[in-house]
Design a protein around this ligand. Structure first.
Ligand code: PEP
Length: 257
């Protein structure tokens, strides 16, 4: 069993201008100790407009906080107004980019083919995609959460090589639990995360599956992170609302301790 370093990633969504971003990262840096950083990898995902400021702060003060983008273009360059490419994000030092967040799927009509193109664009730029998957309430009520989420995984990983897949991060985020205060039980999270890992073993290899970090996302807080992290196939969390509150996010980064 390889050790998978827990990953706690804060998705700020459409919040914080670059000055607020600097203040929030400084607060996190002030509170997080070396022991905390040894326990879990901590990453923030600010809006594009803050990435340069965060890069300057993290590099200048040699902070152990990672950062990345909330989205990535499927294209490297060209006539794609409003988009930001993998090479641009890599140049800003982004280690991660979300791909297929449910809000992108819903409000920007990103389907599995688009998400697949974004995952491949991230790998091509040496950025680790955090591939977001998860079912809506109707699917959950019908008991289809595993088949739905596995189908999204298959679609997003089309033509992704084993070598690339070894660096992938997957985030299982049941849509009904995002921003609602409704948390999946640790057992619900484990059911789908375990199924995702089994599918990665089928698609690639047992080694790849064992090395891939699978996160849970959906109303994660300081109070519920410990139970979620106890699950065998949950390796961290993608945190939305609570990542905007420095004290709460630090508690989550400490895995509830
Ligand atoms: C998210 O947007 O990825 C998320 C998990 O949000 P929240 O923690 O607010 O539910």
């Amino acid at each position: 069993q390889p050790t998978r370093t827990p990953l706690i990633a804060g998705n700020w969504k459409l919040n914080n201008n670059h000055l607020e971003a600097i203040a929030l990262v400084q607060k996190l840096a002030f509170s997080l100790t070396d022991a905390d950083h040894d326990t879990a990898e901590v990453v923030v995902l600010p809006p594009f407009t803050s990435l340069r400021s965060v890069q300057t702060l993290v590099d200048g003060d040699k902070l152990r906080i990672g950062y990345g983008a909330q989205d990535i273009s499927a294209h490297d360059k060209g006539a794609y107004t409003g988009e930001v490419s993998g090479p641009m994000l890599a140049k800003l030092g982004c280690a991660y980019a979300l791909a297929g967040h449910s809000e992108r799927r819903e409000y920007h009509h990103e389907d599995d083919a688009v998400v697949n193109a974004k995952v491949k664009a991230a790998f091509a730029a040496d950025i680790t995609p955090i591939l977001c998957l998860g079912e809506g309430l109707d699917v959950r009520k019908a008991g289809g959460q595993v088949s739905h989420t596995l189908a999204q995984l298959d679609g997003a990983l089309k033509d992704v090589t084993a070598e690339q897949a070894a660096r992938l991060v997957v985030a299982y985020e049941p849509v009904w639990a995002i921003g609602t205060g409704e948390v999946a039980t640790p057992e619900d999270a484990q059911e789908v995360c375990g199924a995702l890992r089994a599918r990665l073993a089928e698609l690639y290899s047992a080694e790849t599956a064992a090395a891939t970090r699978i996160l849970y996302g959906g109303s994660v807080k300081g109070d519920n992170i410990a139970g979620i992290m106890e699950q065998a196939d949950v390796d961290g969390a993608l945190v939305g609302g609570a990542s905007l509150k420095p004290e709460e996010f630090v508690r989550i980064a400490r895995l509830g301790r």
